[in-house]
Design a protein around this ligand. Structure first.
Ligand SMILES: Cc1cc2nc3c(=O)[nH]c(=O)nc-3n(C[C@H](O)[C@H](O)[C@H](O)COP(=O)(O)OP(=O)(O)OC[C@H]3O[C@@H](n4cnc5c(N)ncnc54)[C@H](O)[C@@H]3O)c2cc1C
Ligand SMILES: *[C@@H]1O[C@H](CO)[C@@H](O)[C@H](O)[C@H]1NC(C)=O
Length: 416
């Protein structure tokens, strides 16, 4: 099989790696000259861990990254409301423990593995402008420094992110059902000593205006540790206005109310946030995955985790076709199931993760929020807390090998 993937973000690289290891010829087409360096994903939950293990990169992630000790929800004054303790509750030998490994390291790690495979070709500086297909093949046209190029394969997968050209060419240009939140957010990478306040590795602050997340993103402690501080901003502000407001925001909401000389921001990136899913993830020989297929706000950490779960599913589907264990109707199952998981889990759960922070009264949250009550129960009942934390794995995953043809010898073997 010849596969064409648009986008060398984490999802495109992962799909290339998994399928190329099984002998599929992969061409990755990327408009940029290098990997994206914006501060985005940092934490991956169990469903993603499962796929990263199958891709053979997980050990290096545990070695270079770290397993967070838990998460706390707090009030603006820093008081802890409740939380989920991971350390001592999730067994050390649980194979799908969450890992923190920021995207600016995951991309290069995946690229390193992909570059070892002779059957993957990466075409940098190839900006895809149009797509097409007939009964036997799918193709793209890309603008390159050497002129327009036409590249053809058996299947085409759009892993080209939130503004996916593949999605926009399949459907009406701006049709991407769902909505954009009024709130804007700013994601920063910041050196600040949260450890002096005894904060957990991940913290969410519940407040209608000054809601934010602070999560350790480097395996260091104290002043050496880098944290992701992501906070809410008013709608309509320009980037310049947000930069101007930042010192007051930090002074208001960070523990210890620091002046700018007490922390160091090394990255500052405003984002608009969305809940959207494409009409279909399959049109003939063309497929969509990860951010190209669906978006959610980042406060549940479900964006790339959900995207990687897509990739694992698509891997099983395309491998089934490649090995003659499935016909291409399996791709309709991919479309159906992955959209259903977005609708039933990713969209409602990530929306709740967000509104939990800024649409409720922090003083009444412990009484009113059913999720906080479950956390509270878990604080005195380890087994309950453990089961609660492990439940997420099965919610986002689906085993597509169950649609392999039943009459082919070996068809029930699960590819590893
Ligand atoms: C602040 C923030 C924090 C986040 N935190 C988390 C987290 O903790 N956990 C989590 O799971 N998720 C998180 N996410 C979400 C996560 O970052 C995204 O889901 C993920 O980066 C999407 O990966 P992707 O490969 O689908 O797309 P991208 O990373 O966007 O990659 C798309 C690639 O396609 C290329 N491309 C685009 N157009 C074209 C074209 N026309 N031709 C050729 N190439 C093209 C781009 O250059 C890019 O390289 C976060 C997001 C944000 C904004
Ligand atoms: C998101 O909410 C779900 C429950 O709806 C919970 O299990 C999960 O821990 C939350 N995650 C975050 C990061 O808020």
């Amino acid at each position: 099989m010849k596969l064409l993937i648009v986008g060398s973000g984490p999802s495109g690289l992962l799909l290339a790696l998994m399928l190329a290891k099984k002998g599929v010829d992969v061409t990755l087409v990327e408009k940029s000259t290098e990997l994206d360096k914006q501060p985005r994903a940092t934490h991956y939950a169990a469903p993603a861990i499962y796929e990263l293990a199958r891709a053979g990169v997980l050990d290096e992630m545990y070695e270079g990254g770290f397993v967070p000790n838990g998460v706390s929800w707090r009030k603006l004054d820093g008081t802890r409301l409740t939380g989920l303790v991971a350390k001592g509750v999730i067994p050390d030998d649980y194979p799908y423990r969450m890992v923190c490994y920021p995207l600016d390291r995951l991309g290069p790690l995946l690229l390193k593995h992909v570059q070892k495979l002779p059957n993957v070709q990466i075409l940098w500086s190839h900006d895809v402008t149009s797509i097409g297909q007939d009964a036997d093949s799918a193709w793209v046209e890309a603008e390159t420094p050497g002129g327009t190029k036409h590249i053809t394969a058996d299947y085409l997968v759009g892993c080209d992110g939130a503004n996916s050209i593949v999605r926009r060419r399949l459907f009406e240009d701006f049709e991407f059902p769902g909505f954009t939140w009024d709130e804007q957010i700013v994601a920063t990478n910041t050196y600040y000593d949260f450890d002096q306040f005894g904060w957990t590795d991940a913290n969410f602050i519940v407040h209608p205006e000054h809601y934010f997340m602070a999560a350790r993103i480097s395996p260091h402690q104290g002043k050496e540790a880098m944290w992701r501080v992501t906070y809410g901003e008013l709608p309509g502000l320009t980037r310049e206005q947000m930069i101007e407001r930042q010192p007051d925001k930090f002074k208001t909401f960070l523990p210890g109310h620091p002046e700018p000389d007490q922390y160091k921001i090394v990255n500052f990136s405003p984002y608009k946030i969305h809940q959207r899913c494409a009409k279909s993830l399959r049109v003939g020989r063309i497929l969509l995955a990860a951010d190209a297929a669906h978006l959610c706000n980042p406060f549940g950490g479900l964006g790339l985790t959900g995207g990687i779960a897509d990739i694992g599913g698509l891997y099983d589907c395309l491998l089934g076709i490649h090995q003659g264990l499935a016909d291409d109707s399996i791709l309709d199952q991919y479309d159906r199931v992955r959209r259903e998981i977005y609708d039933k889990v990713i969209n409602p759960m990530s929306s709740e993760n967000f509104t939990r922070l800024n649409r409720q009264d922090p003083e009444k949250a412990m009484e009113n929020d059913p999720f906080f009550q479950l956390c509270l129960k878990g604080e005195s009942d380890k087994e309950f807390s453990k089961n609660m934390q492990l439940a997420v794995k099965d919610l986002l995953q689906h085993d597509f090998t169950q649609y392999y043809k039943k009459d082919v010898a070996g068809a029930t073997a699960i590819p590893s």
